[in-house]
Design a protein around this ligand. Structure first.
Ligand code: IMP
Ligand code: MG
Length: 369
């Protein structure tokens, strides 16, 4: 994450992806302007990096100009007059390639179009690294597009937020500060998995189950996975720091979505504090701990029922089931206190049909979003 002035931005487009866009545009311009001695017009400030990369890749002769679009109030009825600042020679009869960093509404393009026509250029084409089709309101064609992006505010690779961020080598997007992060709790058999799947789709959240993340990392033999396995093989608990590092990697990986459902994490106050600190660094927070509350006798009944088909030995034996439920309450009571103190604990009646329980959960979550 980067912070510029008052706003936070998260990684969005990598250097490698930017390079793909640059290569694509450069190849098209090379094909179209071979032997045409174009004048490249880089539009300052944002286009300086992109212009340099495209111009470096041009194989034939060319001229280079960097311009700024300036506008001033004309006299009388002329209204706003736009001109190119920094133009060192006439463009009359020339083949011009305008290099833009980003086309958003297209207002800038429209001004450029007017100016270039009045300059009586032979022809001109527009190249832009980024293009926001959802925001574009004009009909002027954009000839070369590095990549289309959604209607997010981005910084980096030439683009700024209030003057800052142009030197970032990759692109970041404005953080959605309205993220919703939920810690989902519930004893074994409470229906966490079932409800998490529904909520995740309804609210566009990412479901992170630490158990799944462990299994994934171990299976793929990542550095973290190897570390964790070393402890697990010795029958020891994986230390908090490793679990937290895994979780951080998961959270950072997913830049889409409106937030997270954490499942199986945190399990200790130390983990809850680490999560708090980490999410704060990311510009967000835990909004709620939501616990599915189900009477012990019903849990036992449900798990015994599940045991008939799940094949899980820990579901088959009533004593084992009761022990698991007891451990759950012992383990989580302290976390319930932790989130209660922050006014973030929501106990939800977990008895009823799946739809009824989903409706109760939504009612609680809708207060948060
Ligand atoms: P237009 O709306 O197409 O005229 O774009 C005008 C200018 O707005 C661009 O040249 C950029 O300077 C700026 N701009 C548009 N979108 C972004 C963005 O996501 N990040 C930073 N600057 C932007
Ligand atoms: Mg610009």
């Amino acid at each position: 994450m980067v912070q510029l002035h008052d706003l936070k931005f998260t990684p969005f487009i990598s250097e490698a992806e930017i390079n793909v866009g640059i290569e694509k545009v450069a190849a098209q311009i090379n094909a179209d302007f071979e032997n045409k001695t174009p004048v490249f017009l880089g539009v300052l400030n944002g286009a300086f990096l992109f212009a340099a990369e495209v111009i470096k890749r041009f194989k034939g002769d060319c001229e280079v100009n960097f311009v700024k679009l300036s506008s001033y109030e004309g006299t009388g009825t002329t209204g706003k007059v736009e001109s190119l600042m920094g133009l060192t020679s006439s463009l009359k009869g020339r083949n011009v390639v305008v290099i833009e960093d980003i086309v958003d509404t297209g207002n800038t393009l429209e001004s450029l179009d007017r100016i270039l026509k009045s300059e009586e250029v032979n022809l001109y084409k527009i190249a832009t690294l980024f293009y926001k089709p959802a925001s574009y309101k004009k009909s002027l064609p954009i000839d070369y597009v590095g990549m289309e992006i959604p209607n997010d505010f981005i910084v980096g690779y030439g683009l700024d937020y209030d003057g800052l961020g142009r030197n970032l080598t990759q692109v970041y997007k404005l953080k959605n500060s309205k993220m919703t992060n939920i810690v989902l709790f519930g004893p074994p058999g409470a229906g966490k998995g079932t409800q998490a799947a529904v909520l995740k789709d309804h609210y566009n959240l990412k479901h992170i189950s630490t158990g799944d993340v462990f299994r994934y990392n171990i299976k793929n033999e990542t550095e973290l996975g190897k570390l964790a396995k070393a402890y697990m093989d010795k029958g020891q608990l994986v230390p908090d720091s490793i679990t937290i590092d895994m979780l951080k990697a998961e959270v950072r990986q997913s830049t889409e979505g409106n937030g997270f459902i954490f499942d199986g994490f945190p399990r200790t106050v130390a983990q809850a504090e680490a999560l708090e600190e980490f999410l704060q660094e990311e510009g967000t927070q835990v909004n709620a701990m939501i616990a599915l509350e189900v009477d012990d006798e019903i849990l036992v009944e449900r798990l015994l029922e599940r045991g008939k088909t799940s094949g899980r030995p820990d579901d088959a034996n009533e004593l084992v089931i009761r022990k698991r439920i007891k451990v759950y309450y012992e383990e989580t009571a302290i976390l319930k206190q932790f989130y209660l103190k922050q006014d973030k604990y929501f106990g939800i009646n977990g008895v009823g049909s799946i739809q009824e329980i989903t409706a109760r959960l939504k009612e609680a979550i809708d207060q948060l979003v």
